[in-house]
Design a protein around this ligand. Sequence first.
Ligand SMILES: Nc1ncnc2c1ncn2[C@@H]1O[C@H](COP(=O)(O)OP(=O)(O)O)[C@@H](O)[C@H]1O
Ligand SMILES: O=C(O)C1=C[C@@H](OP(=O)(O)O)[C@@H](O)[C@H](O)C1
Ligand SMILES: [Mg+2]
Length: 179
Amino acid sequence: MSAEFKQHNNIFLVGLMGVGKTTIGRQLATALDVPFKDSDKEIEERTGASVSLIFEVEGEAGFRKRETAMIAELTAQKGIVLATGGGAILSEENRKCLQDRGLVVYLHASVDELFRRTSHSRNRPLLETANPRERLETLFNERHPFYKSIADLVVDTEHHTVKQVVKYILKRVDPSKDL
Ligand SMILES: Nc1ncnc2c1ncn2[C@@H]1O[C@H](COP(=O)(O)OP(=O)(O)O)[C@@H](O)[C@H]1O
Ligand SMILES: O=C(O)C1=C[C@@H](OP(=O)(O)O)[C@@H](O)[C@H](O)C1
Ligand SMILES: [Mg+2]
C-alpha cells in the first residue's frame, strides 16, 4: 500500500478545470466507502453563495482566501477523498497541506479535451472570457509545474473512462486489492 495513503488514508485530486476531479473523486470515494469532499462545494455550502458569485463579489483573491482556509480544514481530516478546485495548488500553503497529508493524484488531459468538457457549463468564472481555450492553455502552462511538483501519481483521464481511472487509482493505493 502506498506510504502517503497509509499514513493519512487520504486521497487528494488535483488538476485543471474539467479534468474530472469532482466526477472521479465521487466514484473513488464510493468505491473505497469513505466520505467524498469537494472543496468548491464545501465553500458554497459554508457561504451560501456559488463560486461564481464569490468571484463576482470578492474577486479571485477573496475566493482564494476562502479556498486556503477550506483546504487547511479538509486536509486535516483522515480517511477522505478530496476533489480540490483547479487553482488550489497556486498557494504554497495549500501545496504543503496537500503534499503532507495524503496521496496527491494529478489528473491530466489535453487543453483541447478540457475545452470540450467545459464549454457547455457556465459555472467556471475563469472561463467566462472571450477565448476560454486560450485561457485554459495559459492556466495549463502556469499550473502544470505546480501540479507535477506535489503529485505522487499522474493519471491520464483523456484516453480512459471514469471507471478505468477509478480502478487504476484503487490499484495504486492498494496493489493487493482484487479488482
Ligand atoms: N474520462 C473522464 N474522466 C473524467 N471526466 C470525464 C471523462 N470523460 C468525460 N468526463 C466529463 O468531464 C467533466 C469533468 O468535470 P468535473 O468532474 O466537474 O471536473 P473538475 O472537477 O476537474 O473541474 C464531467 O462532465 C465528466 O462527465
Ligand atoms: O481552476 C480554477 O482556478 C478554478 C477551478 C474551479 O474548480 P474545478 O477545477 O473543479 O472546476 C473552481 O475552484 C473555481 O472556478 C476556480
Ligand atoms: Mg470540480
